[in-house]
Design a protein around this ligand. Structure first.
Ligand code: IVH
Length: 783
């Protein structure tokens, strides 16, 4: 095959995979295969630059910035749509259409129904099947040339596929940013201190208005087509929905919710169904669009002013509204964080009445420049908590008040301190800096105490059945509970007096509290409410360090070697256990009889000598340098005794690295720190020289990599306990049976999961068998 042919073959294959992936949502090859073909094509084009064409799939990465946008006159104006806001408007529309067409309202008039995508309308012009121009709608007659930007969007075909397309064809549609892309973009923008976008629509518009298309190429944008403009030298089908299906065959993405219905009832039913789906859709829509399906009928109906008479947009409730910011109050969270909450003039938005909105933190207030008395834009999209996204500064009254952090906690009156938040990545690079405020009152602050107790007792923590929020509220406000340890001193007599408590429930709660004293270490760690330590991190700590005593003293460096724990979380954990107040709470709990069911199950995670050297932060020594030093010196003592001369004999060590090591060795503080880390590695049996073979954490546990499913009722232990035991042994516990399941534990009443396991020949244990297995691993499972 000649180079030309090879290039053509690769382009065709890539275009087809692209189409299957982006347009049909039905890829036929794995991503790796696509990447391989793409790399091949890139290489061939690099070797033969004269063969690069603008429609090659490699040309979507963006090009050098333009000086400005040129204007485009639309040969056929891009129209807008009339709106319907309720059923009456829709009935009136249908009545008008039927009358103009001389049909009875009950006739089977066909409507094509589409979601109204919330993005930017664009026109794409194809000549002989090749994209020659992309333009925005602008005012309908004049838009801007955005060819360089639309070319970067995977769902915009650079060349039409198949055959039979007109010589000149203008395809119109909406370019939008999917919700996931919007959220990811904003998250990145906030982390790097840039301005986030107000909504996905603005994000799409902003991305298309880039002069530098390399920036557009990095945004997640999609295009769905919904109509045609110029059609010359060719024929299209006679119905709207069929035209769209034809466009799909030529390579355009079609919205999968397209449907043809009959009559206004069909339209209203479509509106209701899509309305229910709205929040789950991966893109934002602000309504649905109905179009008379038959093109002959469309022509008969014609246009009024700038909108077709044959189409209408039926709008959903707005997700953004303007209202008044009446006040900003401060709430105190579990960890003492003092955060602002907006109190709003109630407003109907996103289908509900909203009177509060989050303001995140003081940085957000500064970024928005929001003041009490301002008119603000409130956005509530889906089930997301309402947010203030913008201030309407033009409407700011003269007496608008700046928002200030209170000097004292609004709940307990303690001082509020400013804490600097510095986020770091695992590599130690500083990501963001911001200010947070914290009430110093700890458990003497009722807000913190109450939430700490709720968290402590919750299902994933100590699992104290019957200790709900209402009861905690009473216990805290009656001062029966001033710290978690007080829970274990409660008497049934004291509980009986509480609102909603009968004798039986009081003694049940006492029993549940008593039972919680025997707890898996991971649950206890989670229950402590260490900032940034969720269930998963708590489990990693418990499994890798094996005991509370180890966790309490672990150095941040050691913590950050554990799976999924970065320097930042390591710092939080270390600070938590270095705090007298926290240690007192833990000591009190242990004095009340808290004990762990699983202190011994410790994993064999090892840190290599090279990893320790890497962590010494020696200038000029990265991963490879560290490996060379480790191979040469073999022990820390030998390395710490190294001379300039001996360093010089280490294979391929740069002069900068040698100086770096010397600097480090001369610094007594750093040497002491490294020795402390090494000593702790030995204490924790994580040292590279420990007898056990160097295995990773999870692998060392007896059920590592095994997938278990629990089903039916277990009679001798709670399901959650059974799950804890399995997790402690390193197994994964999932909810459904598949080929990947290694074992099913089935109690009485097990149904379809048991049947499926039998079908797939997966081993099944009954409760007795399960308890026996646990005891083989040293766990006494019977309660
Ligand atoms: S049809 C002549 N279909 O809504 C018909 N428009 O107010 C022209 N839009 O600017 C438009 N989804 O940006 C049509 N499925 C859809 C649409 C849609 C979103 C936007 C489009 C247009 C505006 C009309």
């Amino acid at each position: 095959m000649s180079i030309d042919q090879e290039i053509a073959r690769l382009r065709e294959a890539l275009n087809l995979h692209n189409y299957r992936y982006y347009v049909l949502d039905d890829p036929t090859v794995p991503d790796a295969e696509y990447d391989r073909l793409f790399r091949q094509l890139k290489q061939l084009e690099k070797d033969h630059p004269e063969l690069i064409t603008p429609d090659s799939p490699t040309q979507r990465v963006g090009a050098a910035p333009l000086a400005g946008f040129t204007q485009v006159n639309h040969e056929m104006p891009m129209l807008s749509l009339g709106n319907a806001f309720n059923e009456e408007d829709m009935m009136a529309f249908h009545q008008r259409v039927s009358k103009e067409l001389g049909l009875a309202e009950s006739a089977d008039l066909e409507y094509a129904c589409e979601p109204k995508l919330d993005g930017i309308a664009v026109s794409l012009l194809y000549e002989e099947g090749v994209l020659v121009r992309g333009a925005t709608r602008g005012d309908g007659s004049t838009g801007e040339d955005i060819t360089h930007n639309v070319r970067t969007i995977a769902t915009v075909p650079l060349r039409l596929q198949g055959e039979g397309f007109p010589h000149r064809l203008e395809v119109r549609g909406e370019i939008y940013m999917p919700k996931s892309g919007f959220e990811a973009f904003n998250e990145r923008a906030r982390a790097s201190g840039e301005k986030p976008f107000v909504n996905p629509r603005n994000a799409a518009a902003g991305s298309l208005r880039q002069l530098d298309s390399r920036l557009t190429a990095q945004r997640s944008l999609e295009m769905c087509s919904y109509s045609v403009g110029i059609v010359e030298g060719g024929q299209l089908p006679a119905r709207h929905a069929d035209i769209l299906k034809q466009l799909q065959q030529w390579g355009f993405k079609l919205n999968h919710l397209l449907e043809v219905v009959t009559g206004v009832e069909g339209c209203l039913d479509y509106y209701r169904r899509i309305g229910e789906l709205r929040n789950q859709l991966p893109f934002e829509i602000d309504g649905v669009v109905f179009k008379v399906n038959d093109l002959v009928q469309q022509q008969k109906l014609g246009f009024i002013s700038r909108a077709p008479r044959w189409a209408i947009a039926h709008k959903f409730p707005a997700q953004e509204e303007m209202t008044l910011l009446r006040d900003v109050e401060f709430q105190v969270g579990r960890t003492g964080a003092v955060t602002p909450v907006a109190r709003l003039e109630p407003v109907f938005v996103g289908g509900v009445t909203v009177s509060n909105a989050t303001l995140h933190n003081m940085d957000e207030i500064a970024r928005l420049d929001v003041r009490v008395g301002d008119s603000v834009i409130v956005r509530r999209a889906g089930d997301v908590i309402p947010q203030i996204v913008k201030v309407v500064t033009e409407r700011r009254p003269a007496d608008a008040k700046l928002v200030e952090v209170p000097a004292h906690c609004p709940v307990c009156g303690s001082d509020v301190e400013r804490v600097q938040i510095v986020k770091r990545s695992k590599s130690g690079a500083q990501l963001t800096q911001g200010a947070a405020y914290r009430c110093v009152g700890r458990l003497s602050c009722q807000a913190q105490l109450q939430q700490a107790i709720i968290h402590f007792a919750s299902r994933k923590a100590m699992e104290i059945d019957g200790l709900g929020e209402k009861i905690v509220e009473q216990l805290v406000s009656l001062q029966l509970v001033r710290s978690p340890a007080d829970l274990y001193r409660l008497k049934a007599e004291q509980l009986k007096g509480l609102e909603g408590f009968a004798e039986l429930s009081a003694s049940n709660l006492c029993r549940a509290i008593e039972a919680s004293k025997q707890v898996a270490l991971a649950r206890f760690i989670y229950a402590l409410g260490i900032p940034d330590v969720g269930e998963e991190t708590a489990r990693v700590l418990a499994q890798s360090l094996g005991s509370l005593d180890h966790i309490k003293v672990a150095l941040p460096e050691i913590l950050s070697w554990l799976p999924d724990i970065g320097l930042e979380v390591a710092g939080e954990i270390h600070n938590f256990f270095n705090d007298d107040h926290n240690i007192r709470v833990i000591d009190e709990l242990q004095a009340e009889g808290i004990s762990f069911t699983d202190q011994s199950a410790m994993a064999g995670l090892k840190v290599t000598f090279a990893e320790l050297i890497e962590r010494m932060e020696i200038s000029g020594v990265a991963k490879v340098g560290a490996q060379r030093l480790a191979a040469h010196y073999k022990s820390l003592d030998a390395l710490l005794a190294a001379s300039f001369k001996s360093l010089d004999t280490v294979e391929k060590l740069s002069a900068r690295a040698i100086n770096g090591v010397m600097d480090c060795l001369e610094d007594a503080e750093r040497v002491a720190r490294i020795r402390a880390i090494e000593a702790q590695l030995r204490d924790f049996n994580m040292h590279w020289e420990s007898e056990q073979p160097a295995e990773t954490l999870i692998k060392a546990l007896p059920l590592a990599d095994k997938v278990y499913v629990l089903t039916g009722t277990l009679e001798q232990m709670a399901r959650s306990k059974a799950k804890d035991y399995l997790l402690q042994l390193g197994a994964k516990v999932t909810g459904s049976v598949s080929k990947k399941t290694d074992c099913v534990v089935a109690g009485p009443g097990a149904g379809s999961k048991l049947t499926k396991a039998q079908e797939l020949n997966i081993p099944v244990l009954d409760e007795a068998g399960f308890i026996e297995m646990l005891s083989e691993y040293g766990i006494d499972g019977v309660e």
